[in-house]
Design a protein around this ligand. Sequence first.
Ligand code: ATP
Ligand code: MG
Length: 252
Amino acid sequence: MKTISIINLKGGVAKTISAINIAYTLVKVHGKRVLLIDNDKQGNTSKFFGLHSYEDKSLADLLTDRDCSIESVIKPTAYEGLNIIPANMNLLRANKEILLDVSRPQQTRLRKALSQITNEYDYCIIDNAPDINMTVINALVASDDVLVPIKVDKFAFDGLELLVEQIADVKEFNDNIIFKGCFITMFQKNGVNVQGCEYLFSSTSYPLFHTVVRKTVKVDETTFVGKPLLDYKKSTAGQDYEKLVEEYLQMC
Ligand SMILES: Nc1ncnc2c1ncn2[C@@H]1O[C@H](COP(=O)(O)OP(=O)(O)OP(=O)(O)O)[C@@H](O)[C@H]1O
Ligand SMILES: [Mg+2]
């Protein structure tokens, strides 16, 4: 199983939409078995699939309760081959609890849990919060690859230095981690986006995917119907996520 963290310290750059659609593209186009982890207390990925709840166990339990098995927090989605570990506001409490509980390792809990199901999935995709906290550090320690969605504006790469530093710190626990690259989301064919995009491609020293994900109202529509793009109406963004996954797979 390969584990991919979708992360950016900035909010609203399409981390959740990318995690959902990359995961579903791997299932639908490539026939892979995918586990999607919601690692954000906002629980947007869980809500998308109608799996946000306070009755069932969630990621918070997995990271704080030593008797909680990973099987007990995995939920099936409506799509065969795509399962999810949901999250809710309890993740806030979990972050504090992990810090306070020094009786067992704090940074490697998710990796340890995932090691139990490594033969059951081909990919694990983690939708992270726009933050660096204990659960995000757990995600990085468990990840092979890091993908960073960005929006075209003057501040596109803000916070990336900090993220790169964090990835370097995590290497103490996880030598395998690779910052695979940034990819542009919500691209619009107007002057500022086209020029901004050219600027980003020419000026950055960070790895940048060639594939650009276009902006379309269909993405917002999918959040209401709870369907990934490839299971919804044909869309530019759906085609772009297909290309992005292809580009990613060719790098591996
Ligand atoms: N390609 C796209 N075209 C149009 N809208 C998009 C696209 N990608 C994402 N969006 C919209 O942008 C908003 C932010 O997306 P999303 O929730 O995935 O960002 P995020 O980085 O996960 O945010 P947060 O930091 O709050 O977790 C959502 O309303 C989403 O529907
Ligand atoms: Mg999100």
